[in-house]
Design a protein around this ligand. Structure first.
Ligand code: FAD
Length: 454
């Protein structure tokens, strides 16, 4: 049974009028709600607002208390940022997806919706939004820090399709921000993560989608250096409709002996066009599996979900510019051939991402060729034991990478924040933060403290 009541003793202002669920340790529903997807936790209070006014009440309540506030969208943060020991505002009830204007593709998405909620509504109408690769991931966290998925080279990051946000700021006001109203705030939320408030709704411009050509082409590991170099060179000049990820050293698929897996997503249903874009990749090495097929867009998304208890993740990322790509790929080719190497994933960028000026949004890594991510997942002790080797790998990669992608980081140290935001972006974010959250109420995130320039 879910406990639904107004809170007992409260900081000034209290939770009177709050319509949502209030969960505390000992409540029947608390156990299921205490942790986010990837990290166990035990908050002192979980608030589940039912609408925007509830979010306002919850934010005012949290701002008046001494407890640290965490905001949970889809709950998939690798760094565990949507849970904690203090107060959690869990947006699980704000999941409506509404098509406001079908011909214009204008869609309003609740701040706690997942990408699965979005495709369930859009796919039957032939619409899609450039997002990630997994249905269980939240629209909130993914969009506020970027959003790199299977349509990224054609339609840009998820945040590039944003038209407006409805957001509750630290003073409890519910405002709309877009390019005309509060444009600085709108600039900041497009890359600045959860620093600026609780987004209760996102307004996106969706695009028309056909079926897509999608699948895995696996190559024998011996030729990995040539495959990777050829893959990156091809993606640099390929049509924007082609997005691709190359995976190396997948421990599940055989570690150093695993094939090099190139996943392709061609955003179109014309087999001849898809062939022209994909076939050059097939000639890069010895193909041991070719599973590319035409299918509806929603079928290419992984369902995702919650890993079993006790599974930990180490996740790090960095961007690679064109000048460093060859050296980086050679280094990774050698690394992935050794025992104990983590899962290494390379996402090709460019295309629509690169056509947006670096200062247009708070996501600044627009000119990168590639995003490189390493992930180690498994029982906590085994993952901890792998930490020094992964640190050593990133020390070798350091001369070839710039910055970091907030959504693929398992920590949120000031150093991480420094890597996510180049100095100019950081200083501009800090100035907006000073205006909208001077007391740093929203700090459980990749935090940019108010006013602090670098
Ligand atoms: P949460 O843990 O709920 O939130 C993450 C951060 O965003 C927190 O700081 C939280 O406070 C803030 N936040 C969330 N919603 C709101 C809101 N409405 N208002 C204000 N702040 C909010 N990323 C990609 O770019 N592409 C991918 O293909 C991709 N695939 C993934 C697959 C898996 C299985 C996983 C675990 C992650 C993946 N990611 C991907 C990374 C993902 O984008 C991040 O983990 C992201 O933070 C998840 O968002 P969330 O809302 O689920 O997370």
């Amino acid at each position: 049974m879910t406990t639904v009541r107004t809170a007992g003793p409260t900081p000034s202002g209290g939770l009177q009028g709050f319509d949502g669920e209030v969960l505390e340790p000992g409540d029947a529903s608390y156990e299921a709600a205490r942790s986010a997807t990837l990290r166990p936790d035990d908050p002192q209070l979980i608030l589940r607002p039912r609408h925007g006014h509830d979010v306002q009440r919850a934010v005012r309540y949290a701002a008046a208390s001494d407890a640290e506030l965490a905001v949970r969208g889809g709950g998939h943060s690798f760094a565990g940022l949507s849970s904690g020991r203090g107060i959690v505002i869990d947006l699980a009830e704000l999941r409506d997806v509404e098509i406001l204007d079908e011909s214009g593709g204008i869609v309003r998405v609740g701040g706690g919706a997942t990408w699965g909620d979005v495709v369930d509504v859009l796919q039957p109408r032939g619409l899609a939004i450039s997002a990630g690769d997994t249905k269980s991931v939240g629209v909130g966290g993914l969009t506020l820090s970027g959003g790199i998925g299977w349509k990224v080279r054609r339609y840009g990051l998820a945040l590039d399709s944003l038209l407006a946000v409805e957001i509750v700021t630290a003073d409890g006001r519910l405002v709309r921000a877009d390019t005309a109203e509060l444009p600085d705030l709108f600039w900041a939320v497009r890359g600045g993560g959860g620093n600026f408030g609780v987004v209760t709704a996102f307004e996106f411009r969706a695009h028309r989608t056909t079926r897509v050509h999608f699948g895995r082409i696996a190559f024998a590991p011996a030729g990995r250096r040539q495959v990777l170099r050829g893959w990156a060179a091809h993606l640099r000049d390929a049509p924007d409709a082609l997005t691709s990820i190359a995976n190396l050293a997948n421990p599940v698929a055989g570690g150093p002996d695993a094939p090099v897996e190139v996943f392709v997503a061609f955003d179109g249903d014309d087999p001849a066009e898809a062939g022209r874009a994909i076939d050059p990749l097939r000639r890069l090495g010895t193909v041991v599996a070719d599973e590319v097929a035409i299918m509806p867009y929603d079928q290419i998304l992984e369902p995702g979900g919650t890993p079993p208890p006790g599974i930990a993740f180490l996740t790090r990322s960095g961007f690679v510019d064109a000048a460093s790509t060859a050296a980086m790929l050679d280094l990774l080719s050698d690394t992935s051939g050794s025992a104990g190497s983590p899962f290494i994933s390379l996402r090709a960028l460019g295309g629509a991402v690169a056509r947006v000026p670096g200062t247009a949004t708070a996501f600044a890594h627009r000119s990168a060729d590639l995003l490189v991510t390493t992930i180690s997942a498994g029982p906590a002790a085994a993952v901890e034991a792998a930490r020094p080797a992964i640190g050593a790998l990133w020390a070798r990669l350091a001369p070839h990478v710039t910055g970091a992608y907030a959504n693929f980081l398992d920590s949120a140290t000031p150093r991480d924040v420094g890597a996510i935001y180049p100095r100019d972006t950081y200083d501009r974010l800090a100035a907006v933060k000073e205006r909208v959250d001077p007391l740093n109420v929203f700090r459980r995130n990749h935090n940019v403290p108010p006013g602090a320039s670098r």
